[in-house]
Design a binder for this molecule. Structure first.
Ligand code: ATP
Ligand code: MG
Length: 506
């Protein structure tokens, strides 16, 4: 069932686009994209970005592409790609045409790099990584020009060709944009456009041994895709001048614009793929889709409905405010509300105690209808088999208790949900005094409601018929971390793992 989400939450991008359209811009519609790097499974933070990008496209009758930002062959894989496609669809979104890949644009990106070399705006730098780092300067100190910065166009073209053909070693040189080593913005200090990396790529195989940097790939890919609003998180705020510099210098087919919003942070959660990967690699969880993981597949396995993730993303708003942290309890609340409204009910006894109804015939089996949901009649009715021997929850019985205890007590009445009222008569114990069985009698006339003259039962407890019950392993999940900010300030998030986050009951 669709949860309707109001548009009351502030979303500055939605407001902005509304104004742009009102001012006559984007007459052909807006284009957004969701650009994950396929180096891990998507998590709740990505869900936020997915809902934002696909949501804006839907809202303004535009399109949103799924484009894999696959420029780093080392950490990427087809498995991650498959998981990403599945997750975006499961969340309820789809993209027009084929999935796009930054790697499909490698040839075009290469040709634009050559173009910049020809314009005298890019050069091959032979400095070692250490030297470049040293000469990059600091936030308060200008960088130093590379001694290779003034190579001729011909020399640069020749060297870039060699980089591409594989005759140069990894790390021996890079292609850099020639911008300004004294810029107060570190990203403008002759940023790297290409590195040599002799690694097989999951899409392009061995075709390339040079790979473009994020900064050289992102904006140009956006331009190829005709993206109008290139939305990213605030860490890329000071990359925007570089994003625009490339757009200004290159003969691109369109002019995208970058907008930043603050990323979603959730308490008791980490949303760094690198750290999530560490949990998987070290076996701290059963995999990327472990139900305790904040990944879309983990949440899905735990039973979180896609609609509640969308609702949560909408509720948390979109702003440029310094990244605050959303309380994990808010996500849990949205999920509970959704499940309470939409989930079919079932009865399960986790810690079983045998209940024998002494006045119920041994070979009798009755079946009772039970509503699928207490307030919805569109959910499937269940049929509950009932017999002389039942399992009830151990904590639902006490030999004696005060009136606050609304369950079964020796000598008192309780209703078995959807069935009869019973009276507990006797409990049987083993040698060490543990209760092994409760004997009771049932009141045949109490089916379907309490008789007007009868003594009201204390409460209602759940049960399953011992002969009909299905064996199950129940896994009880708690939060994965026991600290609100497991990785703040570089803290050791492994030490914050909640040892009781998974309890298995067989
Ligand atoms: P990580 O740092 O965990 O690797 P990432 O941002 O590098 O995450 P990408 O695959 O590049 O991962 O992200 C794809 C898109 O999802 C980007 O546009 C990114 O801004 C967005 N995104 C990632 N994390 C969050 C978050 N916590 N909140 C909102 N958007 C996010
Ligand atoms: Mg990224």
């Amino acid at each position: 069932m669709e949860i309707s989400v109001s548009e009351s939450q502030t979303n500055f991008l939605r407001n902005l686009i509304q104004e742009q359209i009102a001012a006559g811009e984007y007459r052909d519609g807006i284009v957004t994209r969701f650009p994950p790097e396929p180096n891990g499974f998507l998590h709740i933070g990505h869900a936020k970005s997915i809902c934002l990008n696909f949501g804006l496209a839907q809202r303004f009758s535009g399109v949103c592409y799924l484009r894999l930002d696959d420029t780093n062959p080392d950490k990427e894989s087809q498995d991650f790609i498959d998981a990403i496609l599945e997750d975006v669809r499961w969340l309820g979104f789809d993209w027009p045409g084929e999935v796009r890949h930054a790697s499909n644009y490698f040839q075009q990106l290469h040709d634009w790099a050559v173009y910049l070399i020809e314009q005298g705006l890019a050069y091959v730098d032979d400095q070692s990584p250490e030297q470049s780092r040293k000469n990059r300067g600091t936030l308060t100190e200008a960088g130093k020009n590379s001694p290779y910065r003034d190579r001729s166009v011909e020399e640069n073209l020749g060297l870039f060709k060699k980089m591409k053909s594989g005759t140069l070693d990894e790390g021996s040189c890079t292609l850099r944009a020639k911008i300004d080593m004294a810029s107060p913005n570190m990203n403008m200090r002759d940023p790297i456009m290409y590195r040599i990396r002799k690694a097989r790529h999951h899409q392009t195989g061995d075709a390339w041994c040079i790979y473009p940097s994020y900064d050289f790939a992102q904006g140009q890919s956006d331009a190829i895709d005709g993206v109008t609003h290139s939305i990213c998180t605030l860490e890329f705020d000071d990359h925007r001048p570089l994003y625009e510099w490339f757009i200004d210098q290159l003969p691109l087919p369109s002019r995208p614009r970058q907008y930043e919003f603050s990323r979603l942070n959730l308490s008791y959660t980490i949303t760094s793929k690198r750290k999530l990967k560490q949990l998987v690699d070290e076996g701290r969880v059963s995999g990327w889709d472990d139900p305790r993981m904040p990944t879309i597949q983990g949440m899905r396995r735990r039973g979180v409905p896609a609609g509640s993730i969308r609702k949560f993303c909408e509720m948390t708003g979109v702003s440029r405010a310094a990244a605050g942290t959303v309380d994990f309890a808010m996500l849990e609340h949205v999920v509970r509300e959704d499940l309470n409204t939409n989930a079919s009910r079932a009865m399960c006894v986790i810690d079983p105690l045998k209940l024998v109804i002494s006045n119920y015939p041994e070979d009798r089996i009755e079946t009772f209808p039970a509503a699928g949901h207490p307030s919805r009649d569109d959910l499937l009715q269940r049929t509950l088999p009932f017999s002389r021997e039942l399992w009830i929850e151990r904590e639902d019985f006490r030999e004696e208790a005060n009136k606050k205890y609304k369950r079964l007590v020796l000598g008192k009445k309780v209703r078995l949900r959807n069935a009869y009222v019973i009276v507990a008569e006797q409990c049987i114990k083993d040698a060490s005094g543990n209760i092994t069985e409760v004997r009771c009698s049932y009141e045949p006339e109490t089916l379907g409601g309490d008789p007007a003259d009868g003594i009201k039962p204390r409460g209602v407890i759940h049960w399953v018929s011992a002969t009909h019950a299905v064996q199950a392993e129940v896994r009880l999940y708690e939060r994965l971390f026991n600290q609100p900010s497991p990785d703040r300030g570089g803290a050791d998030f492994i030490a914050c793992l909640n040892p009781g986050s998974l309890e298995v009951r067989s």
